[in-house]
Design a protein around this ligand. Structure first.
Ligand SMILES: Nc1nc2c(ncn2[C@@H]2O[C@H](COP(=O)(O)OP(=O)(O)OP(=O)(O)O)[C@@H](O)[C@H]2O)c(=O)[nH]1
Ligand SMILES: [Mg+2]
Length: 215
């Protein structure tokens, strides 16, 4: 999906939907959330912020394919966590001939992520190999980051060499600039913009917040 050239966006983006959704028990990408699925919601929130959007998914069911979004899987079936999705995104950037120095990623399961996520992460990029990641009152949210394409080979070596699959461990190797995002003000009180849906109880809570926040 392409964005208009005059949007001011500088980087392409990927919705990471390649996890197992084991705590939910069914693919989170296709969960209904308000009027749409989580994958459509994430795509709709990300599209105005980026030059192009694609979906990183490993369970590519007919229902997911029917959405007609650009889609790619991880490089192998090791399910190495979000780092595997970030690596696949950096490789996809080359395949898709995305011209930018960085790719932004967002998680499939944080439906309230900020409308100015990419604009604010961009301000923390002071050189082509800088990583920028999001933080909030709830802590660091490194799945929400701007990733330099120049680090793709390093990440591939890291993963194929059997190093830690923890995103924070690979981040510590390179350092990252953290960008703090404030809570949303809602009719029910303050909401962390990176509120994360992992379980059915989280989904119920998020649906409650949805009714209290402007779309
Ligand atoms: N490409 C890719 N993305 C992943 C992988 N594991 C997690 N993610 C993504 O990383 C983000 C955070 O995932 P989690 O909520 O920690 O994990 P999950 O697999 O979705 O759910 P659980 O199985 O319940 O832990 C989501 O956007 C996931 O889709 C993976 O192996 N590959
Ligand atoms: Mg999660």
């Amino acid at each position: 999906m392409q964005n208009s050239a005059d949007s001011g966006a500088a980087f392409p983006g990927v919705v990471l939907a390649g996890g197992r959704s084991s705590r939910m028990g069914r693919n989170k990408a296709l969960l209904q959330f308000g009027p749409e699925s989580l994958v459509l919601r994430a795509t709709r929130r990300l599209t105005p912020q980026v030059t192009s959007v694609a979906i990183n998914a490993n369970d590519r069911t007919a229902e997911l394919e029917a959405l007609g979004l650009a889609m790619f899987g991880d490089l192998d079936d090791s399910r190495s966590g979000p780092l595997g999705g970030i690596l696949a995104s950096l490789r996809y950037a080359s395949l898709a001939a995305w011209p930018a120095s960085h790719v932004v990623t967002v998680a499939i399961d944080s439906p309230f992520f900020p409308a100015d996520l990419v604009a604010r992460l961009s301000t923390a990029i002071d050189r082509p190999d800088r990583i920028a990641v999001a933080a909030s009152s709830g802590g660091l949210h490194p799945v929400f980051g701007l990733w330099p394409r120049s680090l793709a080979d390093d990440l591939e070596r890291w993963l194929s060499g059997g190093q830690s699959l923890r995103l924070r461990d690979w981040l510590a190797r390179h350092g990252a600039n953290e960008v703090h995002f404030p809570d949303h003000d809602t009719r029910l009180g303050r909401l962390d913009p990176f509120f994360n849906i992992n379980t059915r109880a989280d989904l119920a809570a998020a649906q409650h917040w949805l009714g209290a926040i402007d779309p």
